[in-house]
Design a protein around this ligand. Structure first.
Ligand code: NAP
Length: 275
């Protein structure tokens, strides 16, 4: 049987855990497939999409810096990808190339891990980048009143026109908002090796019910320290990958599949055990 090939399309990928996650999934589900890293320059993105169209590649994930750039080469976007304006999963359907966004579903799934309520609560997302859009849509769909915390409100407003009712604030105004629930770090601040950085001042932490950092290296970022409830980005990383697999193989996502692979990845990432 022919081995199907899947790729992660990006620029600098050597530290990615995506191949480990997907290849664990393929092994566990007895799927004849392989997942590889594919570093490309912008001018070669089109070529990769054509390989998908001609079935040389069976599916792709997209990461920094191509999640928005890739859209021009696709035939269709799912409604989720349209709202977010970014694609992390590409698949072929009836000969046409589609883009979806499983950062959205992966983040939404990972919120189940937090003993918190998002409906009618005030939740805060730091950083006006691509990941913030997936996070904000997930929170909105759960009935949250969303605040985007940014260094530059005017600049941020241009990129978030699809997000009706979104509040824009600067970091210095965080203190004034009452009844703060979750704060999510969607900036690269605090990622290894810059572990002494955090966008959230220490003195504001008691005002939040909990925190979520999309970063997972280090395991506990400075942002997450001293927050009453906390979650890092590793579960989201695993869940977005399994949601992509569910699209490519047209199968239902099972909670035990995500949790099983997550517990293996936890060991690999933090205890450096081998697969
Ligand atoms: P990005 O586009 O590079 O940056 C997001 C935003 O962070 C920027 O637009 C900026 O917003 C803010 N920012 C950047 N540098 C800053 C600084 N020095 N101080 C304060 N704010 C700063 O990043 P992204 O693609 O959205 O990803 C954000 C993080 O999430 C990355 O660390 C990425 O690795 C991680 N991520 C994790 C997962 C997962 O599955 N766990 C998935 C996606 C992304 P303002 O200008 O508005 O302040």
């Amino acid at each position: 049987m022919k081995v199907k090939k899947f790729v992660l399309l990006g620029r600098k990928l050597s530290h990615s855990y995506s191949p480990v996650i997907h290849n664990l999934f393929f092994k566990q589900e007895k799927i004849h497939a392989v997942y590889e890293l594919l570093e490309v320059e912008p001018e070669n993105i089109k070529e990769v999409i054509e390989k998908l169209r001609s079935k040389i590649i069976s599916g792709a994930n997209v990461t920094v810096p191509y999640k928005e750039e890739v859209i021009q080469y696709l035939d269709h976007l799912t409604n989720t990808a349209k709202t977010i304006g970014a694609v992390n999963t590409i698949f072929l359907k009836d000969g046409e190339v589609w883009g979806d966004n499983t950062d959205y579903s992966g983040f939404k799934y990972s919120l189940n891990n937090l003993p918190m309520n998002f409906n009618n609560t005030k939740n805060f997302v730091c950083g006006a980048g691509g990941s913030a859009k997936a996070v904000l849509k997930a929170l909105s769909d759960l009935g949250s009143e969303n605040y985007l915390v940014t260094r530059d409100i005017n600049k941020a407003k241009g990129g978030f026109k699809n997000f009706k009712g979104l509040n824009f604030i600067q970091y210095k105004d965080l203190e004034e908002v009452q009844d703060k629930n979750l704060i999510v770090n969607c900036t690269p601040c605090g990622m290894f090796p810059n572990i002494d950085n955090s966008v959230l001042p220490e003195e504001l932490k008691p005002q939040f019910n909990g925190g979520y950092d999309l970063i997972y290296n280090p395991r506990e970022t400075k942002f997450l320290k001293n927050l009453p409830i906390s979650q890092n980005g590793l579960l989201m990383l695993v869940a977005q990958a399994i949601y992509a697999d569910s699209i490519w193989f047209d199968i239902k996502v099972k909670d035990e599949t995500i949790q099983g692979i997550y517990s293996k990845i936890l060991n690999i990432v933090y205890d450096k055990e081998t697969v």
